[in-house]
Design a protein around this ligand. Structure first.
Ligand code: HSE
Length: 309
């Protein structure tokens, strides 16, 4: 039996809609692959995945495995999949991507196929697209490869792993809400104005340069999304209040993680992250069990991506 771990991801990174993302250190999904009892693929167990399909052709991990076996000419192979969800789905931290990525990494090891991470990407992408209803690698690629990923072209998965300056940290807030990526995409306008295009490309391109230069002030000026955030912010409880608080407390930038409702901040130090974490817990209060209603994660950017464990 082989077990793989694949991390949650923050995609878009404010100014790179569908073309930028980075993995978190935690949480992440685990997928276990073992020999099945009969030819074909079976999902035998899903932990904490209420509502997820056990039908491999409708499950992100299942589809990823089916596509990979088809590619290898091993569609009759007996494969048993167990999925351990360690993060809520519909929260904008790449839950479907994590399951798909963990599944192909585990299968690769189990079959001893020795495909590279780069070669595994299309199968994970096929799995993830079942959930998101679109083909964008801004969760799958960082989840697999680690680091801040910039995608030039989603169709061919042409991407670059960017330099991450020392000291850069993220903080991710999961508010008590759920939004499906497919729904959050369906509300977006198909068009942008020339003015928005100029601002967004200026910010995205300069963000890359500022990362390489370790210029935190410039990184901060770049993290301003004039296209997607204004269209989605209203879906997220207390988004504007949380953003204002985070910026006051020193965040370099604050925006929506993926399709929401999770939010992320980038910070230059732990002190600011800790203050923003405390502010988030205060703003979202307690749930009816007396626990913090918002979950908060912070760390430095995960440089490794998916692993066999
Ligand atoms: N770039 C995608 C979106 C990510 O924002 O719709 C979804 O996780």
């Amino acid at each position: 039996m082989i077990k793989a771990f694949a991390p949650a991801t923050v995609s878009n990174v404010a100014v790179g809609f569908d073309i930028m993302g980075f993995p978190m250190e935690a949480p992440g999904d685990e997928v276990l692959i073992k020999e099945g009892k009969e030819p074909g693929v079976v999902i035998s167990k899903i932990t904490k995945g209420k509502g997820l399909s056990y039908d491999p052709s409708k499950n992100t991990a299942g589809v990823a495995v089916l596509k990979m076996l088809e590619h290898l000419g091993m569609s009759n192979r007996s494969i048993d999949i167990e999925i351990r969800k360690k993060m809520p789905f519909g929260t904008g931290i790449g839950s479907s991507a994590a399951s798909a990525v963990a599944a192909v990494v585990a299968l690769n090891h189990f079959l001893q196929t020795k495909l590279t991470k780069r070669e595994l990407l299309p199968f994970a992408m096929a799995g993830e697209s079942v959930a998101s209803g679109a083909w964008h690698g801004d969760n799958v690629i960082p989840c697999m490869m680690g680091g801040i990923i910039l995608i030039r072209d989603n169709a061919t998965l042409d991407f670059t792993k960017l330099y991450v300056p020392n000291g850069l940290r993220y903080l991710v807030i999961l508010p008590p809400a759920q939004i499906l990526t497919s729904e959050s995409r369906s509300i977006l306008s198909d068009t942008v104005t020339l003015k928005q295009m100029i601002t967004q490309t200026g910010n995205a391109a300069t963000l890359v340069a500022a990362l390489y230069n370790g210029d935190f002030e410039k990184i901060s000026r770049c993290l301003r999304d004039v296209v997607i955030e204004p269209q989605r912010a209203h879906l997220i409880p207390k988004f504007q209040e949380m953003k204002a608080r985070a910026m006051e407390l020193g965040a370099l930038g604050f925006s929506i993680s993926g399709s929401g409702p999770s939010m992320f901040a980038l910070c230059s130090n732990t002190f600011d992250c800790d203050n923003i974490e405390a502010a988030a817990k205060e703003l979202y209060g307690k749930d009816h069990h007396g626990r913090d209603a918002a979950q908060v994660y912070q760390s430095s950017i995960n440089q490794e991506g998916a692993i066999v464990c």
